[in-house]
Design a binder for this molecule. Structure first.
Ligand code: GYE
Length: 319
């Protein structure tokens, strides 16, 4: 066979493969994701999970970071609508104020998936599904752990609370779930409660103010996430007190930083909240595009880790 002819045969073979519409020629699904920000170790792990699972699933991901501002998230969603993406997903920084932009997405016939945090909207058909944790249950777990720990202690037990971002679902629900449990016994008193915006810096700053105002009266710190607890631990040490001993510390997320603090004996317990939502988001996106039904609510399964098990659990942690 002449050289020319061989090339021709090869070209023919290639052409027939193209004729069969190989996978690489199919249009990729485009997903627009509007992230909350980069406020915590949890959020960083969540972003990483979404990016890596999009790449793995062959989904074209458009990603934006709203720096914890609702107006930035709304702008990002509007730009995804303008770009006519296939699916929009977002983790709403706060619960309310989404109706208008979600109606815009609906009118453009772009399905919306909520991840991590939910919204309060008049019409639930404005989103297809909400996947994420049960934050009220996380608050209850924190409360139950404290009730158990303080058994036999007559009290009063003075609690300071570092709340998450004002108006966010995890801040509202983690407060609610915790209070629901501790209110059964009047010895538990929340003496101060303020937002630390889910960040280490703010957690430290607000804890300093709590310590200035209440000093040794504080028995317990309940932080709505690990980062704020870690910031507060610094403030407690700088005030000459021993974290996890002079003040019992409970937080939520169970990120690696919390395990390190527990292994160092500075944090008593962390309630798990998994940020690894990427794989389930990508499979929902594919199902939606394929016209398959998806459940309205997908709840993440999670546990609780007291300091006593931290060293044994640490090597197994993925975030
Ligand atoms: O607990 C906190 C993050 O929405 C569950 O947001 C998430 C929370 C998480 O900043 O660390």
């Amino acid at each position: 066979m002449s050289m020319q002819r061989r090339t021709f045969t090869a070209a023919l073979a290639a052409a027939s493969v193209v004729g069969a519409v190989p996978a690489f020629a199919q249009k990729k699904i485009v997903l627009g994701f509007a992230q909350v920000g980069a406020e915590s170790e949890w959020r960083t792990a969540n972003t990483e999970s979404i990016k890596s699972s999009a790449a793995e699933a062959g989904i074209d991901l458009k990603f934006s970071d709203a720096q914890q501002k609702q107006e930035n998230q709304i702008k990002a969603i509007r730009s995804y609508i303008a770009q006519k993406v296939d699916v929009i997903a977002f983790s709403p920084v706060v619960e309310t104020g989404w109706d208008t932009v979600l109606v815009e997405a609906k009118n453009a016939k772009i399905p919306v998936v909520l991840t991590d945090r939910s919204v309060k909207v008049k019409d639930d058909s404005l989103y297809v599904t909400f996947m994420g944790s049960d934050f009220t249950e996380e608050g209850r777990k924190a409360g139950r752990w404290l009730v158990e720990k303080m058994k036999g202690n007559a009290g009063p037990i003075n609690i300071v609370e570092l709340q998450g971002t004002v108006g966010s679902a995890p801040a509202i629900d983690r407060k609610k779930g915790f209070e629901e449990i501790i209110k059964a016994d009047p010895k538990f008193k929340i003496i101060r409660s303020q937002t630390g915006d889910f960040t280490r810096a703010k957690g430290k700053e607000v804890m300093e103010a709590f310590l200035k105002a209440e000093g040794k009266k504080i028995n317990v710190l309940y932080a709505h996430n690990d980062d704020m607890a870690i910031g507060a631990i610094q403030a407690i040490e700088e005030a000459g007190m021993k974290p996890a001993k002079d003040i019992t510390i409970i937080s939520i997320d169970a990120v690696k930083g919390a395990f390190e603090a527990m292994m160092a004996g500075k944090l008593n317990v962390s309630v798990e909240c998994s940020p690894l939502l990427g794989p389930q988001l990508m499979s929902a996106v594919k199902d939606i595009k394929a016209g398959k039904p998806v459940p309205k609510r997908i709840i993440t399964e999670e546990g609780i880790f007291p300091m006593e098990v931290a060293a044994a659990e640490f090597p197994k942690r993925k975030y």
